[in-house]
Design a protein around this ligand. Structure first.
Ligand SMILES: [Zn+2]
Length: 83
């Protein structure tokens, strides 16, 4: 089901807007998201963004741990070589 502007008949790509993005005609309330829907969408967006940041942090931590392990291995083998 696609919502179309009653004035220019174009598909409403952003139903948060109060007016058509193409012709500027006011969008009837029944074609727009309700404030509750907008709030729920905002929460979903915030959650996706938060999860994305956490994934990025975890990946960075993992890379850091790998670097430390490499350095440790190198130190141990070097000590064995020296003695
Ligand atoms: Zn329009």
């Amino acid at each position: 089901m696609s919502h179309r502007c009653p004035s220019c008949q174009r598909v409403l790509y952003n139903r948060r807007l109060k007016a058509c993005g193409f012709c500027g005609a006011p969008i009837p309330e029944e074609l727009r998201f309700t404030p509750e829907e907008v709030a729920s969408l905002d929460r979903q967006m915030a959650e996706v963004e938060r999860q994305g940041r956490q994934r990025g942090k975890a990946a960075a931590k993992e890379a850091e741990g790998a670097r430390r392990r490499d350095a440790g291995d190198c130190g141990i083998s070097l000590t064995g070589f020296m003695s």
